[in-house]
Design a protein around this ligand. Structure first.
Ligand code: SF4
Length: 316
């Protein structure tokens, strides 16, 4: 049994204009010891999906269908008390732009111990010792435990957020765009830290990003989302080297290669559709260079090609 199974998840936002189908029939799984990359342009539903995993979807949004099973328990039907325990101890998340979520008037040490004391039956002294170890783990150093957030650089704040998120040894860590907005050197340091967490602690991770080269370095497998739908799933290396879905191919062409092979960058023409009224058939068809008549009429089913699961009429 997988650690996390997401089956046909639907998350809609009910607006005056109609239902915004932010996640529509999304399915994927994460195994123990596995790092999953969730990738796509802004607004394609990645963050909606992980918010649903923690039941953070608030009105006018609602989970309207599907299942989210974590360690054998359906998250959608859990009580509020069970959810309180799950958040932080079961599934922990570092939100996008999380550096600004640090409390400016509390030391980093206190911010790490808060979660430990809330979720575990330990003394303050023990929690403090654990906080020191967490700071060592993320490469900040325990001597900074009494520092305030304003004494940290952007990269250190992001490390501190990871220290807080992993303090209770969660079963699954979600990182939402953890390196976006940081300079290249700090990005590389953070990616090395994330790799360390996944290899040494064997911590399962869901890594959200719009940059496939980052996924290729850090993830075991990848789920590509477009306009609220999953369009391709494959191992990270295979998807990076040999993307099958035209949208995945476009995404790869739009980013510099981490291995320095790609010389010319080409953006995908057009923009993702409004999800209140997405295109019929394949949602990518208005932007797809290979679109055929059937693409605007019929939603493509998933088919297997070279170990990839792909939703595209080109795959027979
Ligand atoms: Fe392009 Fe058609 Fe495939 Fe969609 S189904 S990606 S429009 S070829």
């Amino acid at each position: 049994m997988a650690l996390l199974d997401v089956e046909n998840l639907k998350v809609y936002y009910f607006t005056r204009e109609g239902a915004v189908k932010a996640a529509d029939d999304v399915s994927f799984s994460v195994d123990k010891d596995e790092t999953l990359g969730l990738i796509g342009e802004s607004g394609c539903g990645k963050t909606t999906v992980v918010f649903a995993l923690l039941r953070f979807v608030t009105p006018p949004g609602r989970i309207v269908g599907g299942k989210i099973v974590f360690e054998g328990n359906d998250i959608i039907t859990m009580s509020d008390e069970e959810m309180r325990h799950l958040r932080g101890k079961g599934i922990s998340m570092v939100f996008q732009g999380a550096q600004s979520a640090l409390n400016p008037v509390m030391t980093i040490g206190r911010q790490i111990t808060e979660g430990i004391l809330e979720h575990e039956d330990v003394s303050k002294e023990e929690a403090w010792e654990r906080a020191e170890k967490q700071l060592e783990l993320v490469g900040i150093g325990s001597d900074r435990i009494k520092n305030y957030p304003h004494e940290f650089s952007g990269g250190m704040k992001q490390r501190a957020m990871i220290a807080i998120a992993t303090a209770c040894n969660p079963g699954l860590l979600i990182l939402d765009e953890p390196v976006t907005g940081l300079d290249v050197i700090v990005q590389r340091q953070l990616l090395a830290l994330i790799n360390n967490l996944r290899v040494e602690l064997r911590l399962p991770i869901i890594f959200i990003t719009h940059d496939l080269s980052v996924i290729a370095e850090t993830c075991d497998k990848v789920v590509v989302m477009y306009a609220g739908k999953v369009v391709e799933q494959a191992s990270a290396v295979s998807l990076y080297e040999n993307p099958v879905h035209p949208y995945s191919q476009g995404l790869i062409r739009s980013y510099p290669s981490a291995k320095g092979k790609r010389k010319e960058l080409k953006s995908i023409p057009g923009a993702p559709p409004r999800l209140v009224n997405p295109p019929r058939g394949c949602r990518f068809h208005p932007r797809c260079p290979y679109a055929m008549d059937i693409c605007g009429e019929e939603e493509p089913a998933f088919r297997e090609k070279d170990g990839h699961l792909v939703a595209c009429h080109l795959i027979k």
